[in-house]
Design a protein. Structure first.
Length: 544
Protein backbone atom coordinates (compact mmCIF):
# COMPACT_ATOMS: atom_id res chain seq x y z
CA UNK A 1 0.00 0.00 0.00
CA UNK A 2 1.60 3.22 -1.09
CA UNK A 3 0.52 6.77 -0.49
CA UNK A 4 -0.08 8.57 -3.75
CA UNK A 5 -0.07 12.32 -4.19
CA UNK A 6 -2.37 13.23 -7.05
CA UNK A 7 -2.21 16.58 -8.87
CA UNK A 8 -5.57 18.24 -9.22
CA UNK A 9 -7.19 21.48 -10.34
CA UNK A 10 -9.43 23.54 -8.08
CA UNK A 11 -13.18 23.59 -8.76
CA UNK A 12 -14.79 26.98 -8.28
CA UNK A 13 -18.17 25.75 -7.00
CA UNK A 14 -17.28 23.96 -3.76
CA UNK A 15 -18.74 26.45 -1.30
CA UNK A 16 -20.52 24.55 1.48
CA UNK A 17 -24.08 25.71 2.19
CA UNK A 18 -26.29 25.28 5.30
CA UNK A 19 -25.47 21.58 5.46
CA UNK A 20 -22.13 21.05 3.77
CA UNK A 21 -21.57 20.65 0.05
CA UNK A 22 -24.63 19.48 -1.88
CA UNK A 23 -24.62 18.90 -5.61
CA UNK A 24 -26.14 16.68 -8.23
CA UNK A 25 -24.56 13.22 -8.01
CA UNK A 26 -22.87 13.44 -11.47
CA UNK A 27 -21.11 16.60 -10.27
CA UNK A 28 -19.73 14.70 -7.28
CA UNK A 29 -18.73 11.80 -9.52
CA UNK A 30 -16.51 13.93 -11.75
CA UNK A 31 -12.84 12.94 -11.45
CA UNK A 32 -11.25 14.54 -8.37
CA UNK A 33 -14.40 16.45 -7.31
CA UNK A 34 -15.07 14.53 -4.10
CA UNK A 35 -11.35 14.13 -3.48
CA UNK A 36 -10.72 17.88 -3.70
CA UNK A 37 -13.47 18.60 -1.19
CA UNK A 38 -12.35 15.91 1.25
CA UNK A 39 -8.75 17.13 1.12
CA UNK A 40 -10.08 20.65 1.79
CA UNK A 41 -12.01 19.39 4.84
CA UNK A 42 -8.77 17.94 6.19
CA UNK A 43 -6.97 21.23 5.54
CA UNK A 44 -9.71 23.20 7.30
CA UNK A 45 -9.51 21.05 10.44
CA UNK A 46 -5.74 21.32 10.66
CA UNK A 47 -4.98 18.05 8.91
CA UNK A 48 -6.13 14.50 9.57
CA UNK A 49 -2.89 13.31 11.16
CA UNK A 50 -3.50 11.35 14.35
CA UNK A 51 -7.23 12.04 14.29
CA UNK A 52 -10.16 9.76 14.98
CA UNK A 53 -13.14 10.36 12.73
CA UNK A 54 -16.62 8.95 12.25
CA UNK A 55 -17.83 8.18 8.72
CA UNK A 56 -21.26 7.24 7.43
CA UNK A 57 -24.08 8.31 5.19
CA UNK A 58 -27.72 7.79 4.38
CA UNK A 59 -27.01 5.01 1.87
CA UNK A 60 -28.01 6.93 -1.21
CA UNK A 61 -26.49 6.28 -4.63
CA UNK A 62 -22.67 6.82 -4.59
CA UNK A 63 -22.57 6.51 -0.75
CA UNK A 64 -20.54 3.28 -0.90
CA UNK A 65 -18.04 4.46 -3.51
CA UNK A 66 -17.58 7.81 -1.78
CA UNK A 67 -16.93 6.06 1.54
CA UNK A 68 -14.07 4.06 -0.01
CA UNK A 69 -12.53 7.24 -1.42
CA UNK A 70 -12.81 9.02 1.93
CA UNK A 71 -11.30 6.09 3.85
CA UNK A 72 -8.33 5.88 1.45
CA UNK A 73 -7.75 9.60 1.77
CA UNK A 74 -8.07 9.55 5.57
CA UNK A 75 -5.43 6.80 5.74
CA UNK A 76 -3.12 8.61 3.31
CA UNK A 77 -3.50 11.79 5.36
CA UNK A 78 -2.40 10.03 8.53
CA UNK A 79 -5.70 9.58 10.40
CA UNK A 80 -5.37 7.22 13.35
CA UNK A 81 -8.81 5.67 13.31
CA UNK A 82 -12.13 5.87 11.46
CA UNK A 83 -15.33 4.53 12.98
CA UNK A 84 -17.60 3.70 10.07
CA UNK A 85 -21.15 2.41 10.02
CA UNK A 86 -21.60 -1.04 8.48
CA UNK A 87 -21.91 -0.65 4.69
CA UNK A 88 -20.99 3.01 5.25
CA UNK A 89 -24.46 3.71 6.61
CA UNK A 90 -25.26 5.99 9.56
CA UNK A 91 -28.24 8.23 10.10
CA UNK A 92 -27.23 11.82 10.74
CA UNK A 93 -28.30 11.77 14.42
CA UNK A 94 -26.57 8.41 14.91
CA UNK A 95 -23.36 9.86 13.41
CA UNK A 96 -23.64 12.84 15.74
CA UNK A 97 -24.01 10.46 18.68
CA UNK A 98 -20.98 8.34 17.69
CA UNK A 99 -18.83 11.45 17.31
CA UNK A 100 -19.70 12.40 20.89
CA UNK A 101 -19.76 8.92 22.43
CA UNK A 102 -16.27 7.99 21.26
CA UNK A 103 -14.88 11.50 21.91
CA UNK A 104 -13.65 11.74 18.34
CA UNK A 105 -12.26 14.64 16.37
CA UNK A 106 -15.41 14.91 14.29
CA UNK A 107 -17.00 13.07 11.41
CA UNK A 108 -17.86 13.10 7.74
CA UNK A 109 -21.52 12.54 6.86
CA UNK A 110 -22.54 11.68 3.30
CA UNK A 111 -26.07 12.84 2.63
CA UNK A 112 -28.26 15.29 0.80
CA UNK A 113 -30.86 14.91 3.55
CA UNK A 114 -34.43 15.07 2.26
CA UNK A 115 -33.44 15.58 -1.38
CA UNK A 116 -34.00 12.65 -3.76
CA UNK A 117 -31.11 10.26 -4.42
CA UNK A 118 -29.96 8.40 -7.53
CA UNK A 119 -27.56 8.73 -10.45
CA UNK A 120 -29.21 11.97 -11.58
CA UNK A 121 -30.32 13.23 -8.17
CA UNK A 122 -28.52 14.69 -5.18
CA UNK A 123 -25.47 13.85 -3.09
CA UNK A 124 -23.75 15.71 -0.28
CA UNK A 125 -20.82 15.71 2.11
CA UNK A 126 -20.56 17.58 5.38
CA UNK A 127 -18.22 17.72 8.32
CA UNK A 128 -19.38 17.64 11.93
CA UNK A 129 -17.25 18.92 14.78
CA UNK A 130 -16.12 17.05 17.93
CA UNK A 131 -19.31 18.27 19.68
CA UNK A 132 -21.29 16.28 17.09
CA UNK A 133 -22.74 19.34 15.36
CA UNK A 134 -22.32 20.71 11.83
CA UNK A 135 -19.18 22.76 11.22
CA UNK A 136 -19.72 26.46 11.94
CA UNK A 137 -19.28 29.07 9.25
CA UNK A 138 -15.65 29.83 10.13
CA UNK A 139 -14.77 26.20 9.41
CA UNK A 140 -16.86 25.89 6.24
CA UNK A 141 -15.30 29.15 5.02
CA UNK A 142 -11.87 27.64 5.64
CA UNK A 143 -12.92 24.58 3.60
CA UNK A 144 -14.10 26.81 0.78
CA UNK A 145 -10.83 28.76 0.84
CA UNK A 146 -8.90 25.49 0.66
CA UNK A 147 -10.95 24.24 -2.31
CA UNK A 148 -9.92 27.31 -4.25
CA UNK A 149 -6.18 26.89 -3.82
CA UNK A 150 -5.47 23.18 -3.56
CA UNK A 151 -3.25 21.61 -6.18
CA UNK A 152 -2.98 18.04 -4.94
CA UNK A 153 -4.53 15.48 -2.66
CA UNK A 154 -3.32 12.32 -0.98
CA UNK A 155 -4.79 8.87 -1.36
CA UNK A 156 -3.80 5.29 -0.75
CA UNK A 157 -3.24 2.71 -3.42
CA UNK A 158 -5.35 -0.06 -1.94
CA UNK A 159 -8.29 -2.24 -2.95
CA UNK A 160 -11.76 -1.57 -1.57
CA UNK A 161 -12.15 -2.11 2.15
CA UNK A 162 -14.78 -4.63 3.22
CA UNK A 163 -17.40 -2.58 5.06
CA UNK A 164 -20.01 -5.33 5.14
CA UNK A 165 -18.63 -7.12 8.19
CA UNK A 166 -18.58 -5.62 11.67
CA UNK A 167 -15.06 -5.60 13.07
CA UNK A 168 -11.63 -4.02 12.84
CA UNK A 169 -9.40 -3.74 9.76
CA UNK A 170 -6.05 -2.10 9.26
CA UNK A 171 -5.79 0.17 6.24
CA UNK A 172 -2.23 1.37 5.69
CA UNK A 173 -1.71 1.80 9.43
CA UNK A 174 -5.10 3.39 10.03
CA UNK A 175 -7.56 1.47 12.15
CA UNK A 176 -11.01 1.12 10.57
CA UNK A 177 -13.76 0.04 12.98
CA UNK A 178 -16.87 -1.10 11.17
CA UNK A 179 -19.73 -0.76 13.67
CA UNK A 180 -23.40 -1.67 13.84
CA UNK A 181 -25.04 1.61 12.78
CA UNK A 182 -28.05 1.08 15.04
CA UNK A 183 -26.82 -0.40 18.33
CA UNK A 184 -25.29 2.63 20.12
CA UNK A 185 -28.09 4.90 18.94
CA UNK A 186 -30.78 2.51 20.14
CA UNK A 187 -29.05 2.28 23.53
CA UNK A 188 -29.04 6.08 23.75
CA UNK A 189 -32.78 6.20 23.02
CA UNK A 190 -33.38 3.56 25.66
CA UNK A 191 -31.56 5.74 28.19
CA UNK A 192 -33.77 8.76 27.45
CA UNK A 193 -37.27 7.29 27.33
CA UNK A 194 -39.47 4.97 29.36
CA UNK A 195 -39.29 1.96 27.06
CA UNK A 196 -41.24 -0.11 29.62
CA UNK A 197 -44.23 2.22 29.48
CA UNK A 198 -44.15 2.42 25.69
CA UNK A 199 -43.86 -1.37 25.43
CA UNK A 200 -46.84 -1.78 27.74
CA UNK A 201 -48.84 0.59 25.53
CA UNK A 202 -48.06 -1.51 22.43
CA UNK A 203 -48.88 -4.71 24.32
CA UNK A 204 -52.26 -3.21 25.21
CA UNK A 205 -53.03 -2.83 21.50
CA UNK A 206 -51.70 0.61 20.56
CA UNK A 207 -51.09 0.81 16.82
CA UNK A 208 -48.80 3.01 14.76
CA UNK A 209 -47.32 3.40 11.31
CA UNK A 210 -43.77 4.58 10.70
CA UNK A 211 -42.96 5.47 7.09
CA UNK A 212 -39.18 5.31 6.63
CA UNK A 213 -39.59 6.46 3.02
CA UNK A 214 -37.05 3.85 1.78
CA UNK A 215 -34.40 5.91 3.53
CA UNK A 216 -31.90 5.42 6.34
CA UNK A 217 -34.23 5.17 9.36
CA UNK A 218 -35.76 1.83 8.28
CA UNK A 219 -33.31 -0.37 10.25
CA UNK A 220 -33.33 2.03 13.21
CA UNK A 221 -37.12 2.13 13.39
CA UNK A 222 -37.45 -1.65 13.00
CA UNK A 223 -34.96 -2.33 15.77
CA UNK A 224 -36.35 0.25 18.18
CA UNK A 225 -40.09 0.16 17.47
CA UNK A 226 -40.67 -3.44 16.45
CA UNK A 227 -37.86 -5.34 18.21
CA UNK A 228 -37.30 -3.38 21.41
CA UNK A 229 -40.72 -1.82 21.95
CA UNK A 230 -42.89 -4.62 20.63
CA UNK A 231 -44.80 -2.71 17.96
CA UNK A 232 -46.50 -5.12 15.56
CA UNK A 233 -44.34 -6.41 12.69
CA UNK A 234 -45.13 -4.26 9.68
CA UNK A 235 -45.44 -1.10 11.78
CA UNK A 236 -42.45 0.20 9.83
CA UNK A 237 -43.20 0.55 6.12
CA UNK A 238 -40.76 1.39 3.31
CA UNK A 239 -38.21 0.14 5.83
CA UNK A 240 -35.49 -1.06 3.46
CA UNK A 241 -33.11 1.73 2.52
CA UNK A 242 -32.64 1.99 -1.25
CA UNK A 243 -30.00 3.99 -3.15
CA UNK A 244 -32.72 5.95 -4.95
CA UNK A 245 -35.21 5.85 -2.05
CA UNK A 246 -37.47 3.81 -4.32
CA UNK A 247 -37.90 6.88 -6.51
CA UNK A 248 -39.51 8.70 -3.58
CA UNK A 249 -38.79 12.19 -2.40
CA UNK A 250 -37.73 11.34 1.16
CA UNK A 251 -39.07 14.48 2.78
CA UNK A 252 -41.62 13.89 5.55
CA UNK A 253 -44.30 16.47 4.90
CA UNK A 254 -47.97 16.15 3.89
CA UNK A 255 -47.09 16.42 0.20
CA UNK A 256 -44.27 13.90 -0.04
CA UNK A 257 -45.49 11.54 2.68
CA UNK A 258 -48.94 11.45 1.12
CA UNK A 259 -49.43 7.71 1.55
CA UNK A 260 -48.99 8.06 5.30
CA UNK A 261 -51.35 11.05 5.39
CA UNK A 262 -53.99 9.11 3.45
CA UNK A 263 -53.72 6.19 5.83
CA UNK A 264 -53.91 8.40 8.92
CA UNK A 265 -57.07 10.06 7.62
CA UNK A 266 -58.74 6.77 6.63
CA UNK A 267 -61.40 5.06 8.79
CA UNK A 268 -59.03 2.34 9.97
CA UNK A 269 -56.08 4.59 10.71
CA UNK A 270 -53.68 3.53 13.46
CA UNK A 271 -53.47 5.73 16.57
CA UNK A 272 -50.20 7.35 15.59
CA UNK A 273 -48.22 7.94 12.43
CA UNK A 274 -44.75 9.27 11.74
CA UNK A 275 -42.26 9.61 8.91
CA UNK A 276 -38.61 10.52 8.64
CA UNK A 277 -36.37 11.88 5.89
CA UNK A 278 -33.42 10.61 3.83
CA UNK A 279 -30.83 10.85 6.61
CA UNK A 280 -33.16 10.49 9.60
CA UNK A 281 -32.98 13.92 11.17
CA UNK A 282 -36.43 15.20 10.17
CA UNK A 283 -39.80 13.96 11.38
CA UNK A 284 -43.48 14.40 10.67
CA UNK A 285 -46.07 13.38 13.25
CA UNK A 286 -49.72 12.61 12.51
CA UNK A 287 -52.51 11.49 14.82
CA UNK A 288 -55.57 9.54 13.77
CA UNK A 289 -57.36 12.06 11.56
CA UNK A 290 -55.19 14.97 12.66
CA UNK A 291 -51.96 16.42 11.30
CA UNK A 292 -49.55 17.91 13.82
CA UNK A 293 -47.70 20.91 12.42
CA UNK A 294 -44.00 20.88 13.34
CA UNK A 295 -44.44 24.11 15.30
CA UNK A 296 -47.26 22.57 17.35
CA UNK A 297 -45.26 19.39 17.77
CA UNK A 298 -42.39 21.38 19.25
CA UNK A 299 -44.75 23.16 21.65
CA UNK A 300 -46.45 19.93 22.77
CA UNK A 301 -43.08 18.20 23.25
CA UNK A 302 -41.77 21.12 25.32
CA UNK A 303 -44.92 21.20 27.45
CA UNK A 304 -44.84 17.44 28.11
CA UNK A 305 -41.14 16.51 28.00
CA UNK A 306 -41.03 16.12 31.79
CA UNK A 307 -43.08 12.93 31.32
CA UNK A 308 -39.98 11.24 29.84
CA UNK A 309 -37.18 10.18 32.22
CA UNK A 310 -34.41 12.20 30.54
CA UNK A 311 -36.35 15.44 30.92
CA UNK A 312 -38.11 14.74 34.22
CA UNK A 313 -36.06 17.46 35.92
CA UNK A 314 -37.47 20.10 33.56
CA UNK A 315 -36.02 21.97 30.60
CA UNK A 316 -33.21 24.52 30.82
CA UNK A 317 -34.73 26.49 27.99
CA UNK A 318 -36.12 26.10 24.50
CA UNK A 319 -35.16 27.49 21.10
CA UNK A 320 -36.95 27.79 17.80
CA UNK A 321 -35.99 29.20 14.43
CA UNK A 322 -37.53 32.56 13.62
CA UNK A 323 -40.02 31.27 10.98
CA UNK A 324 -41.28 28.61 13.44
CA UNK A 325 -44.55 29.61 15.09
CA UNK A 326 -44.62 31.23 18.50
CA UNK A 327 -46.56 28.30 19.99
CA UNK A 328 -43.50 27.13 21.95
CA UNK A 329 -42.96 30.68 23.30
CA UNK A 330 -46.24 30.40 25.19
CA UNK A 331 -45.10 27.12 26.70
CA UNK A 332 -41.76 28.64 27.73
CA UNK A 333 -43.53 31.56 29.34
CA UNK A 334 -45.82 29.20 31.25
CA UNK A 335 -42.86 27.08 32.40
CA UNK A 336 -40.82 30.16 33.28
CA UNK A 337 -37.87 29.08 31.14
CA UNK A 338 -35.71 30.92 28.61
CA UNK A 339 -36.81 30.98 25.00
CA UNK A 340 -34.50 31.76 22.06
CA UNK A 341 -35.35 32.78 18.49
CA UNK A 342 -32.61 31.91 16.00
CA UNK A 343 -32.19 32.08 12.21
CA UNK A 344 -33.16 29.06 10.11
CA UNK A 345 -30.56 26.29 10.35
CA UNK A 346 -29.86 23.75 13.07
CA UNK A 347 -26.29 25.04 13.45
CA UNK A 348 -27.63 28.12 15.24
CA UNK A 349 -28.77 25.89 18.13
CA UNK A 350 -25.27 24.45 18.62
CA UNK A 351 -23.88 27.13 20.94
CA UNK A 352 -27.10 27.28 22.97
CA UNK A 353 -26.99 23.50 23.48
CA UNK A 354 -23.25 23.42 24.24
CA UNK A 355 -23.61 26.21 26.81
CA UNK A 356 -26.56 24.52 28.50
CA UNK A 357 -28.94 27.40 27.68
CA UNK A 358 -31.56 25.11 26.13
CA UNK A 359 -32.62 21.48 26.28
CA UNK A 360 -35.09 21.24 23.37
CA UNK A 361 -35.01 22.95 19.98
CA UNK A 362 -37.18 22.84 16.92
CA UNK A 363 -37.91 24.23 13.51
CA UNK A 364 -40.97 24.48 11.30
CA UNK A 365 -39.00 22.51 8.69
CA UNK A 366 -39.84 19.23 10.46
CA UNK A 367 -36.81 19.29 12.75
CA UNK A 368 -36.94 18.63 16.49
CA UNK A 369 -34.22 17.57 18.87
CA UNK A 370 -32.56 17.97 22.23
CA UNK A 371 -29.17 18.16 23.89
CA UNK A 372 -28.67 14.37 23.53
CA UNK A 373 -26.92 14.97 20.17
CA UNK A 374 -26.09 18.05 18.10
CA UNK A 375 -28.36 17.36 15.12
CA UNK A 376 -32.10 17.27 14.88
CA UNK A 377 -33.35 13.76 15.43
CA UNK A 378 -36.43 12.29 13.75
CA UNK A 379 -36.77 9.08 15.75
CA UNK A 380 -36.09 10.92 19.00
CA UNK A 381 -39.14 13.10 18.35
CA UNK A 382 -41.25 10.04 17.55
CA UNK A 383 -40.13 8.31 20.75
CA UNK A 384 -40.80 11.39 22.89
CA UNK A 385 -44.31 11.52 21.43
CA UNK A 386 -44.77 7.81 22.18
CA UNK A 387 -43.52 8.31 25.75
CA UNK A 388 -46.01 11.15 26.24
CA UNK A 389 -48.85 9.11 24.73
CA UNK A 390 -47.95 6.17 27.00
CA UNK A 391 -48.05 8.32 30.13
CA UNK A 392 -51.06 10.50 29.30
CA UNK A 393 -53.08 7.65 27.81
CA UNK A 394 -54.89 10.11 25.54
CA UNK A 395 -55.04 10.39 21.77
CA UNK A 396 -52.97 12.84 19.72
CA UNK A 397 -56.19 14.75 18.96
CA UNK A 398 -57.07 15.03 22.65
CA UNK A 399 -53.58 16.18 23.57
CA UNK A 400 -53.61 18.87 20.87
CA UNK A 401 -57.09 20.03 21.84
CA UNK A 402 -56.11 20.40 25.48
CA UNK A 403 -52.89 22.14 24.49
CA UNK A 404 -54.77 24.76 22.44
CA UNK A 405 -57.37 25.26 25.18
CA UNK A 406 -54.58 26.01 27.61
CA UNK A 407 -52.22 28.07 25.45
CA UNK A 408 -54.37 29.26 22.53
CA UNK A 409 -53.66 28.15 19.00
CA UNK A 410 -51.07 29.52 16.61
CA UNK A 411 -52.59 28.67 13.25
CA UNK A 412 -49.64 28.09 11.00
CA UNK A 413 -48.74 27.07 7.48
CA UNK A 414 -45.83 27.31 5.09
CA UNK A 415 -46.35 27.82 1.37
CA UNK A 416 -43.43 26.92 -0.90
CA UNK A 417 -43.03 28.21 -4.43
CA UNK A 418 -40.35 26.03 -5.95
CA UNK A 419 -37.89 26.37 -8.84
CA UNK A 420 -38.54 30.05 -9.44
CA UNK A 421 -36.06 31.75 -11.73
CA UNK A 422 -33.38 33.03 -9.36
CA UNK A 423 -33.34 36.55 -10.82
CA UNK A 424 -37.10 36.91 -10.38
CA UNK A 425 -37.02 35.68 -6.80
CA UNK A 426 -34.15 38.00 -5.99
CA UNK A 427 -35.97 40.95 -7.54
CA UNK A 428 -39.09 40.19 -5.49
CA UNK A 429 -37.14 40.00 -2.23
CA UNK A 430 -35.19 43.16 -3.06
CA UNK A 431 -38.39 45.08 -3.75
CA UNK A 432 -39.92 43.79 -0.52
CA UNK A 433 -36.86 44.70 1.52
CA UNK A 434 -36.90 48.15 -0.06
CA UNK A 435 -40.37 48.92 1.22
CA UNK A 436 -40.19 47.52 4.75
CA UNK A 437 -39.76 50.91 6.39
CA UNK A 438 -43.02 52.20 4.95
CA UNK A 439 -45.19 49.22 5.89
CA UNK A 440 -46.10 50.05 9.50
CA UNK A 441 -49.73 51.20 9.68
CA UNK A 442 -50.77 49.73 6.31
CA UNK A 443 -54.15 48.02 6.69
CA UNK A 444 -55.83 45.17 4.81
CA UNK A 445 -59.27 43.60 4.78
CA UNK A 446 -60.36 41.67 7.82
CA UNK A 447 -58.96 44.28 10.25
CA UNK A 448 -55.36 43.32 9.55
CA UNK A 449 -53.00 46.21 10.26
CA UNK A 450 -49.22 46.03 10.06
CA UNK A 451 -47.50 46.90 13.35
CA UNK A 452 -43.92 46.56 12.16
CA UNK A 453 -41.76 45.00 9.47
CA UNK A 454 -38.07 44.15 9.45
CA UNK A 455 -35.34 41.87 8.16
CA UNK A 456 -34.41 39.42 10.90
CA UNK A 457 -30.90 39.74 12.33
CA UNK A 458 -29.46 37.57 15.08
CA UNK A 459 -26.61 38.08 17.47
CA UNK A 460 -25.47 34.76 18.93
CA UNK A 461 -25.63 35.23 22.71
CA UNK A 462 -22.69 32.87 23.21
CA UNK A 463 -20.07 33.99 20.69
CA UNK A 464 -21.49 37.39 19.73
CA UNK A 465 -21.49 36.63 15.99
CA UNK A 466 -24.02 38.57 13.94
CA UNK A 467 -26.16 37.01 11.15
CA UNK A 468 -28.10 39.48 9.05
CA UNK A 469 -30.81 39.30 6.38
CA UNK A 470 -32.28 36.08 7.76
CA UNK A 471 -35.81 36.66 6.50
CA UNK A 472 -38.39 39.41 6.14
CA UNK A 473 -40.90 39.63 8.99
CA UNK A 474 -44.19 41.45 8.77
CA UNK A 475 -45.94 41.62 12.12
CA UNK A 476 -49.59 42.61 12.44
CA UNK A 477 -51.24 44.33 15.36
CA UNK A 478 -53.38 41.29 16.18
CA UNK A 479 -50.29 39.09 16.51
CA UNK A 480 -50.56 37.59 13.01
CA UNK A 481 -47.30 37.29 11.13
CA UNK A 482 -45.90 36.83 7.65
CA UNK A 483 -42.32 35.70 7.09
CA UNK A 484 -40.66 35.41 3.70
CA UNK A 485 -37.25 34.07 2.82
CA UNK A 486 -35.55 32.18 0.06
CA UNK A 487 -34.58 28.61 0.84
CA UNK A 488 -30.91 27.93 1.49
CA UNK A 489 -31.16 24.24 0.60
CA UNK A 490 -32.89 24.04 -2.78
CA UNK A 491 -30.89 22.78 -5.73
CA UNK A 492 -32.97 24.13 -8.62
CA UNK A 493 -33.51 27.87 -9.09
CA UNK A 494 -34.93 29.61 -6.02
CA UNK A 495 -37.58 28.43 -3.60
CA UNK A 496 -39.69 31.08 -1.92
CA UNK A 497 -40.84 30.11 1.54
CA UNK A 498 -43.86 32.01 2.76
CA UNK A 499 -44.62 31.38 6.44
CA UNK A 500 -48.04 32.34 7.73
CA UNK A 501 -49.25 32.59 11.30
CA UNK A 502 -52.33 33.77 13.18
CA UNK A 503 -52.98 33.49 16.88
CA UNK A 504 -56.37 32.49 18.27
CA UNK A 505 -56.51 32.84 22.06
CA UNK A 506 -59.67 30.67 22.39
CA UNK A 507 -61.88 29.40 23.82
CA UNK A 508 -63.77 29.89 20.53
CA UNK A 509 -62.32 29.30 17.08
CA UNK A 510 -59.72 26.70 17.96
CA UNK A 511 -60.67 24.07 15.41
CA UNK A 512 -60.67 25.80 12.06
CA UNK A 513 -58.93 24.51 8.96
CA UNK A 514 -55.54 26.32 9.09
CA UNK A 515 -55.77 27.40 5.42
CA UNK A 516 -59.17 28.97 6.15
CA UNK A 517 -58.03 30.56 9.38
CA UNK A 518 -55.03 32.02 7.57
CA UNK A 519 -56.82 33.23 4.44
CA UNK A 520 -56.61 36.97 5.25
CA UNK A 521 -52.92 36.66 6.09
CA UNK A 522 -52.28 34.71 2.86
CA UNK A 523 -54.04 37.39 0.82
CA UNK A 524 -52.10 40.16 2.53
CA UNK A 525 -48.81 38.35 1.83
CA UNK A 526 -49.55 38.09 -1.89
CA UNK A 527 -50.55 41.74 -2.00
CA UNK A 528 -47.51 43.02 -0.12
CA UNK A 529 -44.90 40.98 -1.98
CA UNK A 530 -46.51 40.81 -5.43
CA UNK A 531 -45.71 37.11 -5.65
CA UNK A 532 -47.61 36.43 -8.87
CA UNK A 533 -46.48 39.70 -10.48
CA UNK A 534 -42.85 38.73 -9.90
CA UNK A 535 -42.96 34.97 -10.34
CA UNK A 536 -46.10 34.24 -12.31
CA UNK A 537 -47.16 31.87 -9.50
CA UNK A 538 -50.42 32.07 -7.63
CA UNK A 539 -50.52 28.66 -6.00
CA UNK A 540 -47.75 27.10 -3.91
CA UNK A 541 -46.16 23.77 -4.89
CA UNK A 542 -46.02 22.52 -1.31
CA UNK A 543 -48.19 23.39 1.68
CA UNK A 544 -47.14 22.25 5.12
C1 LIG B 1 -31.98 21.97 6.63
C2 LIG B 1 -31.40 22.47 7.92
C3 LIG B 1 -32.51 23.00 8.79
C4 LIG B 1 -33.28 24.06 8.06
C5 LIG B 1 -33.81 23.50 6.78
C6 LIG B 1 -34.61 24.49 5.95
O1 LIG B 1 -32.78 20.86 6.87
O2 LIG B 1 -30.73 21.43 8.59
O3 LIG B 1 -31.98 23.46 9.98
O4 LIG B 1 -34.36 24.50 8.84
O5 LIG B 1 -32.74 22.99 6.03
O6 LIG B 1 -33.81 25.18 5.10
P1 LIG B 1 -34.35 26.07 3.91
O7 LIG B 1 -33.27 27.10 3.79
O8 LIG B 1 -34.51 25.21 2.70
O9 LIG B 1 -35.67 26.66 4.34
ZN1 LIG C 1 -32.26 15.47 6.85
Amino acid sequence: MTIKTISTKAFDDQKPGTSGLRKKTPVFMQPNYLENFVQSIFTAIGGATGKTLVLGGDGRYFNDTAAQTILRMAAANGAKRVIVGQNAVLSTPAASHLIRLYKTDGGIIMSASHNPGGPEEDFGVKFNMPNGGPAPEAVTEAMYAATKTLTEYKTLDTPDIDLSAIGRVDVGGMQVDVVDPVADYATLMESLFDFGAIRAMFTAGFTMRFDAMCAVTGPYAREILENRLGAAPGTVVNGTPLPDFGGMHPDPNPTWAKALMDEMFSPDAPAFGAASDGDGDRNMVVGKGIYVSPSDSLAVLAANAHLAPAYAGGLKGVARSMPTSAAVDRVAEFLGIKDYETPTGWKFFGNLLDEGCVTICGEESFGTGSDHVREKDGLWAVLLWLNILAVRKESVAEILKQHWEKFGRNYYSRHDFEAIETAKADAMMAELRGKLDGLAGVAFDHHLKIAEADDFAYTDPVDGSLSQKQGVRILFQDGSRIVMRLSGTGTEGATLRLYLERYAPGPEGLDLDPQEALRPVIEAAHEIAGISRHTGRKEPDVIT
